[in-house]
Design a protein around this ligand. Structure first.
Ligand SMILES: Nc1ncnc2c1ncn2[C@@H]1O[C@H](COP(=O)(O)OP(=O)(O)O)[C@@H](O)[C@H]1O
Ligand SMILES: [Mg+2]
Length: 239
C-alpha cells in the first residue's frame, strides 16, 4: 500500500532523514520507532506532504505522491495525526470531524456509518457539542484520530497517539487501533515510545536512528537485530 524508497530530507545541512526505505501493507499496523530526533516525525511530514523530500520516492498503491501538495495526498487517502495536536479550537468536536468529512464528500468509498461507530468507540459521543479545549488531553488525542479516520484513509499515520495518556487510556487506545484496522482496513503507521504496546499492536516494525534506517521487519527480527540493540543500550527503555 505505502512504499517509501530511498527518502532523504536535509534541513540546511541537518540530515534529518537519510536514504530510508520501507513499506506498509494494505491491512498492516506498522510501528515506526527510534530515539528522540531519529527522524520519525519528519518521515510522517514527508509522507503527508507537510514537507517535501530532498530525494527519493513515495508511492501509495503504486502511484507516486511525493510530488503532490498535502491536500491532494489527503484526498488520495493519506491521513495523519500530529505529535502536537492541531485541532480547530473555535469549532465543536462534531464540527472538527465534519470538516474532515467534507474533504471526502462524494467519494465512492464513503462508508457512512464509519464516523458514528468511531465516535462511540473512541468515547466522543457525550462531548460532540463541546470545544476541543475543554476536553481532557486523552480525549483530544482520540478526537484527532477520529478526524483522521473521517478522511477514509488508505494510509493512516499516528504520531505518538498515546502521548500524555494514562496507562488505562493507552491500553484502550491500542485496543481501539486494532478495532479501527478491522473496521476500516488500511495501512497504519504508528509511532510510539512504549515498546510493549508497539510489540503487541504491530505486525512489522521499522527502526530509525539519527535519520537512518536501522532495521525493518517482524518485531522479533528487529528487536534481536544487533544494531538496534546497540543503538538502544545505555538509553534504558527510552526508545
Ligand atoms: N523543520 C525543521 N528544521 C530543521 N531541523 C528539523 C526540522 N524538523 C526536524 N528537524 C531535525 O530533524 C531531526 C529529526 O527530528 P524529528 O523527525 O522530529 O525526530 P523524531 O520525531 O524521531 O523525534 C532532529 O535533529 C530535528 O532537530
Ligand atoms: Mg517526533
Amino acid at each position: 500500500m505505502l512504499q517509501v524508497r530511498g527518502i532523504s530530507k536535509n534541513f540546511g545541512g541537518v540530515q534529518a532523514v537519510n536514504d530510508v526505505s520501507f513499506s506498509v501493507g494494505a491491512n498492516e499496523v506498522h510501528g515506526l520507532i527510534g530515539p528522540n530526533g531519529a527522524g520519525k516525525t519528519t518521515m510522517i511530514n514527508l509522507i503527508s506532504g507537510l514537507l517535501s523530500v530532498t530525494s527519493g520516492e513515495i508511492t501509495v498503491e503504486g502511484e507516486r505522491i511525493d510530488n503532490l501538495p498535502a491536500e491532494k495526498r489527503a484526498r488520495k487517502g493519506v491521513a495523519r495525526t500530529f505529535q502536537n495536536l492541531r485541532l480547530f479550537r473555535n469549532l465543536t468536536v462534531r464540527r472538527n470531524i465534519e470538516v474532515a468529512e467534507l474533504q471526502v464528500r462524494g467519494m465512492a468509498t464513503a462508508d457512512p456509518g464509519l464516523v458514528e461507530d468511531a465516535i462511540d468507540r473512541f468515547g466522543l459521543r457525550d462531548v460532540l457539542g463541546e470545544a476541543p479545549d475543554s476536553l481532557p488531553y486523552g480525549q483530544m488525542r482520540r478526537l484527532e484520530i477520529v478526524r483522521a479516520l473521517a478522511l477514509r484513509p488508505r494510509v493512516l499515520m499516528l504520531d505518538e497517539p498515546a502521548a500524555g495518556m494514562n496507562p488505562e487510556e493507552t491500553d484502550a487506545l491500542f485496543r481501539n487501533i486494532t478495532w479501527l484496522r478491522n473496521r476500516h482496513p488500511c495501512a497504519i503507521l504508528l509511532i510510539d515510545h512504549d515498546l510493549k504496546f508497539i510489540m503487541s499492536a504491530c505486525e512489522r516494525l521499522t527502526v530509525m536512528n539519527m535519520g537512518s534506517l536501522l532495521a525493518s521487519g517482524l518485531p522479533q527480527e528487529v528487536t534481536t537485530n544487533k544494531e538496534v540493540i546497540s543503538a538502544y543500550l545505555g538509553q534504558g527503555d527510552n526508545i
